[in-house]
Design a protein around this ligand. Structure first.
Ligand code: HQG
Length: 184
């Protein structure tokens, strides 16, 4: 089995290529974010990044957030969500959300969020978590996490569309501040 360090560094590399900057290894994702595995391995290796089919399969199988998925025929790979690259639009499943969803962030962003709600910034959607624990982990990437509650059911009733990614992340275009509850 591949070492954890190798899995983590490969996962980061795949996030870069499959979500944000495929051009770093000279490849293009298709409209739905897929990239041929042969091409990915060939192009990565040509640029000095050791990548094998076995390593890719290990990363897909063990990834903590199930970030990557293989096509049914096993020939292509894509990120399940989190893209910022242009020209890619995954067909997410439209779904009615639960009453409450959560968003993990940090104190430095609160003033902006109170003023204008949650924006997607460089990604294609605002990401919301199904539970507080997950939101805490998302916020922790930037410092001490702050958890916001999102009145998802009310938002949906008012006409906002919600999507659920294959790996369980809830996605929306934006969250107006009126649907947010701030802690404290
Ligand atoms: C903040 C990771 C000021 C927002 C995670 C967030 C997630 C505002 C940051 C996924 C704002 C955007 C996504 C406003 C939003 N004023 N700040 N009006 N509106 N923000 O990384 O949700 O590891 O694009 O609070 O686990 O942090 O990559 O989004 O802090 O699932 O698989 O702007 O990325 O997954 O940051 O994280 P991001 P996120 P992976």
């Amino acid at each position: 089995m591949t070492s954890n360090d190798k899995i983590v560094s490969t996962s980061k590399f795949l996030s870069l290529v499959l979500r944000h900057r495929p051009e770093v290894i000279g490849v293009k994702l298709d409209r739905e974010g897929w990239l041929g595995i042969d091409e990915l391995i060939r192009q990565a290796n040509a640029r000095g990044k050791t990548l094998t089919l076995e390593l890719l399969h290990d990363v897909v199988a063990t990834n903590d957030k199930k970030r990557f998925a293989l096509s049914d025929d096993g020939l292509r790979i894509r990120a399940s969500q989190g893209h910022s690259v242009s020209g890619v639009e995954l067909k997410f499943e439209r779904k009615s959300p639960p009453k409450i969803l959560y968003h993990g962030t940090v104190a430095a962003f609160l003033e902006g969020i109170r003023a204008t709600g949650l924006h997607k910034r460089s990604r294609h959607h605002v990401h919301l978590s199904p539970d507080e624990e997950t939101a805490k982990r998302v916020g922790s990437r930037r410092g001490k996490p702050i958890i916001l509650r999102v009145a998802a059911e009310a938002m949906h009733r008012d006409g906002h569309q919600f999507y659920l990614s294959a790996n369980g992340v809830w996605l929306v275009d934006a969250v107006p501040a009126t649907y947010l509850t701030f802690p404290g």
